[in-house]
Design a protein around this ligand. Structure first.
Ligand SMILES: [Zn+2]
Length: 177
């Protein structure tokens, strides 16, 4: 059984963040432990959502909590989303891109089809912040981040910060160069 209890937050340019995540074949105690650890990381880093790759795990799972509390954090396994409604541009950040903010255009409504921790399928429709979290976390499962969705000027503004994150990573992982 893989041990997920010591997972930590991953940051750009950790390779797991830019790869599509794999579907979860079996929901067992290891996956339940992973979900628990992901909720903890989300609360520790003061986020409102966290996707598997952000815990260093290449699996299709995310947690979301519109108020950032562990009690209200819900788990979504192998999610599929159907965004809907008008689009809106709102400033977003990402736990894996510290210091980077940009206006991201997303749908204002979103339906998610997923499995819960007992493997039961469920459907949930959300608006506002939760709809935005669903789309943000689903992006992570496709290997996509806000830096890939920002406007050209926002990308230019983020360039220095991205370079700094890259340098920090290279320093900690000398063999990856
Ligand atoms: Zn993110």
């Amino acid at each position: 059984m893989p041990d997920y209890k010591n997972c930590t937050i991953t940051r750009f340019p950790e390779p797991v963040l830019s790869k599509p995540a794999q579907p979860i074949e079996k929901i067992d105690d290891a996956i339940r432990q992973l979900a628990e650890r992901m909720k903890e990381i989300m609360v520790e880093t003061q986020g409102v959502g966290l996707a598997g790759p952000q815990a260093g795990v290449n699996l299709q799972i995310f947690v979301a909590s519109p108020d950032g509390t562990k009690e209200n954090a819900k788990v979504y396994i192998n999610p599929k989303i159907e965004p809907d409604g008008p689009m809106k541009s709102v400033e977003e950040g990402c736990l894996s891109l510290p210091g980077i903010w940009g206006k991201i255009t997303r749908y204002t409504r979103c339906t998610v089809h997923a499995l819960d921790l007992d493997g039961k399928p469920f459907t949930e429709t959300a608006e506002g912040i939760l709809a935005r979290i669903f789309q943000h976390e689903y992006d992570h499962l496709q290997g996509m981040m806000i830096k890939d969705r920002m406007s050209i000027p926002a990308k230019l503004r983020a360039r220095k910060k991205l370079k700094q994150l890259q340098d920090d990573y290279d320093e900690k992982n000398p063999s990856s160069q």
